[in-house]
Design a protein around this ligand. Structure first.
Ligand code: 5GP
Length: 201
């Protein structure tokens, strides 16, 4: 389980799309949300856009692995697709905030790798939010104010990257993923390989 968190506008969505295109072994956990769909977003690909009633029913019925309220909307991770992917040996990428990351860490710490993405500067963050131009001005202002609160959670992550250049940042994420997959605890079949090797010595 690879989590990427960041303040809105740090480039996390672009980075996660690039990683998914690059690596067929990892798939995105598509969250459910009660927020309105932005232009260009596709229901079922970027999010499943659902009503507040449906969200409450999923949350109360135990169908969400984690959930949080962000900017007055609800977001959550449906448990079933993640459990299926993990059971079948596939990796899962999560684009979730610090609240959700804490909940995953409480439930499944051994399976979790957490990356936090920082913008290179406050000016660049503001410029990126404006360039996106999909949200009304008051939402952009609120997101800038929220960035400081989000960033305060950086020590809760295993890796913290500064997104100065999208290609360099992508390379760092690929390196993290590769190293984490090579951890002894994640190498299925390594124990029996070593035992066979020892038996032949
Ligand atoms: P946005 O509305 O810009 O797509 O997302 C706002 C924030 O909600 C982002 O920080 C994003 O990572 C977070 N988020 C998206 N889906 C989930 C989720 O399922 N759970 C949690 N906890 N946060 C989420």
């Amino acid at each position: 389980m690879l989590v990427m968190s960041s303040p809105s506008g740090a480039g996390k969505t672009t980075l996660s799309r690039r990683l998914l295109a690059l690596d067929p072994q990892i798939e995105l956990s598509v969250s459910v949300t009660t927020r309105a769909k932005r232009a260009g977003e596709v229901d079922g690909r970027d999010y499943s856009f659902i009503s507040r009633e449906k969200f409450a029913a999923m949350r109360d019925g135990g169908a969400l692995l984690e959930w949080a309220e962000v900017f007055g909307n609800y977001y959550g991770t449906p448990a079933q697709p993640v459990e299926t992917a993990l059971a079948e040996g596939r990796d899962v990428l999560f684009d979730i905030d610090w609240q959700g990351t804490q909940q995953l860490a409480e439930k499944m710490a051994d399976d979790l790798v957490r990356i936090f993405i920082l913008p290179p500067s406050a000016d660049e963050l503001a410029a990126r939010l404006k360039r996106r131009a999909q949200d009304p001005a008051e939402v952009i202002a609120e997101r800038m104010a929220q960035a400081a609160a989000e960033i305060s959670h950086w020590p809760e992550y295993d890796y913290v990257l500064v997104n100065r250049d999208i290609e360099a940042c992508e390379k760092e994420i690929v390196a993290i993923l590769r190293a984490e997959r090579l951890r002894r605890s994640r190498r299925k079949g390594l124990g029996s390989f070593v035992r066979d090797l020892q038996a032949e010595l």
